[in-house]
Write a protein that binds this ligand. Structure first.
Ligand SMILES: Nc1nc2c(ncn2[C@@H]2O[C@H](COP(=O)(O)OP(=O)(O)OP(=O)(O)O)[C@@H](O)[C@H]2O)c(=O)[nH]1
Ligand SMILES: [Mg+2]
Length: 307
């Protein structure tokens, strides 16, 4: 009987400004951490797929870098990845921070999405903070930029949620399935993400740097896994290179008597061991590379490939 049951499968892009909670939402949807989260805008730098599978079918969620107005090569790369993610998907989740005013950047996001030709779910996130005080502003923004009222836009639906608290997250999955076509699964049932392991490892270390350094964290910080090789007794030897673009930042990243790096290592190791499935010996080095955010070769080495 199960053989004849039709299943629904498709791809869904999660798009929005930096820091609205896209990666938090992806993790909440999957019930597992696949994308790093921080309170620093522009945390996500590449496209990360998270795959949700159940009896109804399969949803491939795509977490994207925040759409923003920056101008250097890394900014251009991040914006291109985010905007390009909308092509080829079956549905778009436009995630907004409903606890904050609509700003210039949000107008920019809607102007990019308004003619995408896909069903759009406007996820009104962070309703745990202000109970969605600014929701009417987000409705007005869509109405304004499309020149139509909500009732004239059946392809658009507004949906309040809290990615952090999990409020309405399972209902969002129902809403997405309603918008997907019937079709075969795109990934094996037990796949959760397709992020290459070295990139996932580099991201975990970057997330811990953001957490430990808080407001001191330099805008231009990057992590590259230079080596991940087995070393005696099932231990994986991981060498991570941390890049900053000024000497003064190098000292901050290392910290007094190396305490920042030490804490980052302690926090990162258990998560690295989880994705590697064994013990990890972690070594970190900090180097100064001026203007790496505008250096195509450096960006390519980090996996932020120019397309
Ligand atoms: N109060 C509250 N905070 C949230 C919620 N969702 C996310 N956050 C917080 O918002 C901040 C940003 O979350 P991220 O998931 O990294 O945001 P993002 O949209 O992926 O950001 P970028 O990758 O920089 O574009 C973090 O501090 C989260 O804990 C929510 O529903 N409620
Ligand atoms: Mg993110």
């Amino acid at each position: 009987m199960a053989k004849n049951k039709t299943i629904k499968c498709g791809m869904v892009a999660i798009v929005g400004r930096p820091n609205v909670g896209k990666s938090t939402l992806l993790n909440a949807l999957l019930g597992e951490k696949v994308s790093i989260v921080s309170n620093v805008p522009q945390t996500t730098r590449h496209q990360i797929r998270g795959i949700y599978t159940n009896g109804r079918g399969q949803i491939v969620f795509i977490d994207t870098p925040g759409l923003h107005l920056g101008r250097d090569a890394l900014d251009r790369h991040m914006n291109r990845v985010a905007a390009g993610s909308v092509d080829g998907v079956d549905c778009v989740i436009h995630l907004v921070d409903a606890s904050e005013h609509v700003g210039q950047e949000e107008r920019h996001v809607v102007s990019q999405l308004k003619d995408c030709g896909k069903p759009v779910i406007v996820g009104l996130n962070k309703v745990d903070v202000t109970k969605g005080k600014y929701v009417p502003d987000y409705i007005r923004l869509w109405e304004d930029l499309r020149g139509k009222t909500m009732t004239e836009m059946p392809d658009l639906v507004l949906f309040p949620l809290s990615a952090l608290k999990g409020t309405n997250v399972s209902k969002l999955i129902d809403l997405v399935f309603e918008r997907l076509p019937e079709g075969p699964m795109l990934y094996p049932q037990d796949t959760i993400t397709d992020l290459p392991r070295r990139m996932a490892m580099a991201d975990i270390i970057r997330e811990k740097l953001f957490r430990v350094m808080r407001e001191e964290v330099p805008h231009s910080i990057a992590v590259i896994i230079e080596k991940a090789q087995p070393r005696r007794a099932k231990t994986l030897h991981v060498q991570a290179l941390i890049l900053v673009d000024r000497d003064s930042q190098k000292e901050i990243v290392i910290g007094k008597k190396g305490e920042v790096l030490k804490t980052v290592g302690t926090e990162a190791r258990p998560e690295l061991e989880e994705i590697c499935g064994g013990k990890v010996f972690l070594e970190m080095f900090v180097k100064v590379r001026k203007d790496w955010r505008d250096d195509p070769a450096m960006l390519a080495e980090m996996g932020y490939v120019e397309q």
